[in-house]
Write a protein that binds this ligand. Structure first.
Ligand code: FAD
Length: 529
C-alpha cells in the first residue's frame, strides 16, 4: 500500500492544475486511466471564457451565465468564478500558455477574443481552434518538471475506500482507493486523506458524443457508490454541431464557427434558426440542439448543415485550421460547401455535488472540473465556461485541501480481494451491453424526453445493472468491464434525475411538462442510501 498526501484522479485541466499547486505541499499521485494527455481537455476547441477586455465586464459575463443556466445557477458561485477567472488565466499564461493575439486598429497587441453562443461580448481566449490541446501540453510540461508529482498512466480508479466501508462508527471519510494497473491486471491500494476527482464527464453514455472514449462517468459512479451526493444529472448538454460523416468519430465543429458568422441551413440551403430564436444560429446551445432535432424529425433528414462559405478561405484556414484540415481530408471544402452536422452529447452539467471549495459531501473527497456540480452551470452551461470553472475550482480545492495539512495516518487498508474470479470469457457480452446502454440513452433519454420513454429506459437499465453486477463479481476486472459498470450506474442516475424533474428547464426538455415551473426550480440531489 502506497501513501500520498494527495491523490488526483485524472490528467485533464482540472487534475493537472490541482496537482501543480498541491505539489508544493507534499507528494502527489496523478492516477490516469490512459496516456496522460488523453482527456476532454485536449479536445477543447473554442477556448476559455474570461473577462479581459475593457469593453466587457464581470456583470455581463455573470448575466450571460445566469441566463444560459435557466434559473438554476448559484449566483454567488457564478460571481466568484467570473471574478477569479482573470487571475487563473494569468497563472496559465505564466506557465507558458500562449493565447492568440491580434493587432488592434490603434496598433497595440491584444488578446484575440472569440465570440460564442450566449455571450453578449467577445470574451473567449483561444489558441486557434485547438485551445485545449495547448493548455494540456502546457500543464503537462510543468508537471513533468515537478519532482513531487508521480503520474501513473494506464491506471484506472476502481472504487474509493471510506471509513464507513471499513466499519468505523465515527464520521465517514475517504481514506484511499483501489486502482487497476492495466498492464499487470493487478489492483493496487493507494492511501490518502485527500482524493481529488477530476475524471471529466460521461459523454460515452450516449451513442453519439463529441467526447473521447475516456468519458465514461467514472468519477460520478465512484462517488455515488461511496455515498457522496450527486446532483442535476438530467442536464446533459448536447452540442448542436458534431460533424456528420461516417469516417469522423466524435469530431466537433466548434461553436466559434457560428460565432464567426456560420449559419445553420437545411438540405436545400435555407436558414431555419430564425423560426426558433431571435439570436438565430447564435442562440444558446440547448435551443439550437432542439431546433436541429426538430428540423431533422420534421424533414426526416439525417443531418443539417452549417454554412460558413461567405468567409474567405484564408480566414477559415487561419482561424479554424483543425476544422478546415479535418473536413478537407474527409472531402468537405468548408470554404465552398456547407458542413453536415448533427447534435451529440457533449457536456455533463450535473455531477458530484461540490461546494465553493470543491468539497463533496464525503469528507476528504474533492470534485473539480466536469465531474463536479458546483452551481456554476445550472440547467445549461454557457459555452467555454467549463475550462474556466476547472481552473478556478482546482485553485480553490488546493487552498482548502492544503489548509491544516497533515500526513496520512496509519490506517491500514485491506488489499483488493480478487477471490476466485476468472478472466472474462465472453467479451462480446460486455460490448453488447455497452452498445445497448448507449443506444437506449440516445433513443429514450436524449434531447426531447417523455415520462414513458424515461420509464422504458429505467426498466432496461435495471436489467442491465443486474447483468453487469454479475459480471463484476464473477470475473477479473478489466478497464472495459469497469467502464461498463460505471456507464450503467451513470445512465441510471441521469434517468432517475430526469424522471424526478416534473418541468422543462434548460437542457432537460420533456413533452409531459413542456414549461418551466418556478415552484420546482431546485437542484435534483441523489445519494445512495
Ligand atoms: C470536443 C470538445 C470541445 C470542447 N470545447 C470546449 C471549449 O472550447 N471550452 C470549454 O470551456 N470547454 C470545452 N469542452 C469541455 C471541456 O473540454 C471539458 O469540460 C474539460 O476539459 C474537462 O476537464 P476535466 O479536467 O474536468 O476532465 P478531462 O479533461 O476530461 O480529464 C479527465 C481525466 O480523467 C481521467 N479518468 C477518467 N476516469 C478515470 C478513472 N476511473 N481513473 C483514472 N483516470 C480517469 C481521464 O483519462 C482524463 O485524464 C469541450 C469538450 C469537448 C469534448
Amino acid at each position: 500500500m502506497e501513501k500520498f498526501d494527495h491523490i488526483v484522479l485524472g490528467s485533464g485541466i482540472a487534475g493537472l492544475t490541482y496537482a501543480l499547486k498541491a505539489a508544493a505541499s507534499g507528494s502527489v499521485a496523478i492516477v490516469t486511466k490512459r496516456a496522460r494527455a488523453t482527456s476532454n481537455t485536449a479536445w477543447a476547441q473554442g477556448g476559455v471564457a474570461c473577462v479581459t477586455s475593457p469593453e466587457d465586464s464581470f456583470d455581463l459575463h455573470v448575466k450571460d451565465t445566469l441566463e444560459a443556466g435557466a434559473g438554476l445557477c448559484q449566483r454567488d458561485i457564478v460571481e466568484m468564478v467570473v471574478r477569479e477567472g482573470p487571475e487563473r488565466i494569468d497563472e496559465l499564461i505564466a506557465l507558458g500558455m500562449s493565447f492568440d493575439l491580434r493587432e488592434s486598429p490603434d496598433g497595440h497587441v491584444e488578446l484575440d477574443l472569440g465570440r460564442e453562443g450566449g455571450h453578449s461580448k467577445r470574451r473567449i481566449l483561444h489558441a486557434h481552434d485547438f485551445t485545449g490541446l495547448e493548455i494540456e501540453k502546457t500543464l503537462l510540461a510543468a508537471v513533468e518538471k515537478h519532482p513531487s508529482i508521480r503520474v501513473l498512466e494506464d491506471h484506472m480508479g476502481v472504487d474509493l475506500i471510506t471509513t464507513g466501508k471499513l466499519g468505523y462508527a465515527s464520521e465517514d471519510r475517504v481514506v484511499g482507493l483501489y486502482v487497476l494497473e492495466e498492464k499487470s491486471g493487478q489492483v493496487l491500494t493507494l492511501r490518502s486523506d485527500r482524493i481529488i476527482l477530476a475524471t471529466g464527464g460521461c459523454g460515452k453514455v450516449y451513442l453519439y458524443t463529441t467526447n473521447p472514449d475516456i468519458a465514461s462517468g467514472d468519477g460520478v459512479a465512484m462517488a455515488w457508490r461511496a455515498g457522496a451526493a450527486v446532483s442535476n444529472m438530467e442536464f446533459v448538454q448536447f452540442h448542436p454541431t458534431c460533424l456528420f460523416h461516417p469516417e469522423a468519430k466524435s469530431f466537433l465543429i466548434s461553436e466559434a464557427v457560428r460565432g464567426e458568422g456560420g449559419v445553420l441551413v437545411d438540405g436545400a440551403g435555407r436558414p431555419f434558426m430564425d423560426r426558433h430564436h431571435p439570436l438565430k444560429s447564435l442562440a444558446p446551445r440547448d435551443i439550437v440542439a432542439r431546433a436541429i432535432d426538430a428540423e431533422m424529425k420534421r424533414t426526416g433528414a439525417k443531418c443539417v448543415f452549417l454554412d460558413i462559405t461567405d468567409k474567405p478561405r484564408e480566414f477559415l484556414r487561419e482561424r479554424f485550421p483543425k476544422i478546415y484540415e479535418t473536413c478537407l481530408e474527409l472531402g468537405i471544402d468548408i470554404a465552398k460547401e456547407p458542413i453536415p452536422v448533427v447534435p451529440a452529447a457533449h457536456y455533463q452539467c450535473g455531477g458530484v455535488k461540490a461546494n465553493e471549495h470543491g468539497e463533496t459531501t464525503l469528507r476528504g473527497l474533492f470534485a473539480i472540473g466536469e465531474v463536479a456540480c458546483t452551481g456554476l452551470h445550472g440547467a445549461n452551461r454557457l459555452a467555454s465556461n467549463s475550462l474556466l470553472e476547472a481552473l478556478v475550482f482546482a485553485h480553490r480545492a488546493f487552498l482548502k485541501a492544503t489548509k491544516n495539512h497533515r500526513a496520512p495516518d496509519d490506517i491500514s487498508l485491506p488489499e483488493w480481494r480478487p477471490g476466485s474470479v476468472t478472466d472474462v470469457d465472453e467479451l462480446v457480452v460486455i460490448y453488447h451491453n455497452w452498445d445497448e446502454i448507449r443506444r437506449l440513452m440516445w433513443d429514450y433519454v436524449g434531447i426531447v424526453r417523455t415520462d414513458k420513454r424515461l420509464q422504458r429506459a429505467a426498466a432496461r437499465l435495471r436489467n442491465l445493472q443486474k447483468e453487469v453486477q454479475e459480471f463484476y463479481w464473477n470475473f477479473k476486472v478489466t478497464t472495459d468491464l469497469l467502464e461498463l459498470r460505471n456507464l450503467v450506474a451513470v445512465a441510471g442516475l441521469i434517468v432517475d434525475c430526469a424522471l424526478s424533474r416534473k418541468e422543462s428547464r434548460g437542457l432537460h426538455y420533456t413533452l409531459n411538462y413542456p414549461q418551466a415551473d418556478d415552484k420546482l426550480c431546485r437542484d435534483t440531489i441523489t445519494r445512495r442510501v
